[in-house]
Design a protein around this ligand. Structure first.
Ligand code: GLU
Length: 305
């Protein structure tokens, strides 16, 4: 039984799909949506959609509308109100203030260029690990910098191990400070950052199982840290292998053959579901699958494990 339900048997199994609407979905996004829906249904739970449009400049509203329409075309409709992160700054501010009151947040004046130029090691997802430069600033240095720069805000991580059990990949372990590094919770322009918003939203929506691509595995450690600091129940995590194109490349929004709008023009929803399940190695090529067929494949799989 999933750990969060053991802690609180009245919590209903809740899955979610949380796309960033910076373009049309590709098959990898649809795979995450489908698998999170299937795991929620397999457990008799509910499934929510949340639009992660924190960065309003990169996320015009029509992309969100298209994603919701594409999901509906596939038969994947949110069981609750669709949340838009761009409308929830007040809620993130409360959580941010709680972290601040615990002394976990500090001003950071480093630009991206500063970080790229530093010789700091990189984390497993290729981003530089923040070397802690601004954590060590004296009050005098800080007030000098404040005259010319607006700081972002980072959370100070402890030099401690974080461990969780991923439902696909098993035990995941890292040293928070050395392997992940202090991370931004609020950008210099005042916009709250992904790690904070995703944690607050999943917690307040009662999400019990986070299903998403394994490129976000390192983020789970940071999010679990925030769950604990903010006093929320930690959900289960199930990261998915990334789908690749037939030649082994990772799918991206630039691949037309993997773009949902191109596929919609020439395929039925059941054909698209068949393409996704085939790319995930769960059915032969050319299969046409209903959502129920997909559910049987996933439930069957979990029974065999
Ligand atoms: N918004 C993120 C993305 O589209 C996913 C966040 C998540 O599932 O935690 O990549």
């Amino acid at each position: 039984m999933d750990k969060s339900l053991e802690n609180n048997p009245h919590r209903m199994h809740t899955g979610r799909f949380a796309p960033s609407p910076s373009g049309r979905m590709h098959l990898g996004n649809v795979y995450a949506a489908l698998m999170s829906w299937l795991y929620a249904r397999a457990q008799g739970g509910r499934w929510l959609v949340r639009i992660e449009d924190l960065d309003a400049m990169r996320c015009p509203r029509h992309f969100a509308d298209e994603i919701i329409d594409d999901l509906h075309w596939l038969g994947l409709d949110s069981d609750g109100e669709i949340l838009y992160q761009s409308e929830r700054a007040d809620i993130y501010l409360d959580a941010f203030n709680m972290l601040k009151s615990k002394g976990l947040v500090y001003d950071c004046f480093c630009s991206r260029a500063d970080l790229r130029a530093s010789s700091a090691p990189h984390s497993s997802d290729g981003t530089p690990i923040y070397p802690g430069t601004c954590r060590l600033l004296t009050p005098e240095q800080k007030s000098e910098l404040l005259k010319t720069r607006r700081p972002s805000q980072r959370v100070h991580l402890p030099d401690e191990f974080s461990e969780f059990f991923d439902l696909t990949y098993g035990v995941q372990r890292c040293n928070l400070l050395r392997d992940c590094g202090d991370f931004v919770v609020r950008r210099a322009d005042g916009v709250f950052a992904y790690q904070l918003a995703v944690t607050v939203d999943d917690a307040l929506s009662g999400v019990t199982e986070v299903v998403r691509g394994c490129d976000l595995m390192p983020s789970a450690h940071l999010q679990i840290f925030l769950y604990k600091q903010l006093g929320y129940d930690v959900p289960d995590f199930r990261h998915l292998p990334l789908l690749t194109a037939p030649d082994g490349r990772r799918l991206s929004k630039r691949d037309d053959d993997a773009n949902i709008s191109a596929l919609r023009a020439t395929h039925t929803p059941n054909q698209v579901l068949g393409i996704i399940m085939h790319a995930a190695g769960r059915c032969p090529e050319g299969a046409e699958l209903s959502l129920d067929d997909c559910l049987q494949l996933v439930v069957g799989d979990s029974k065999n494990k």
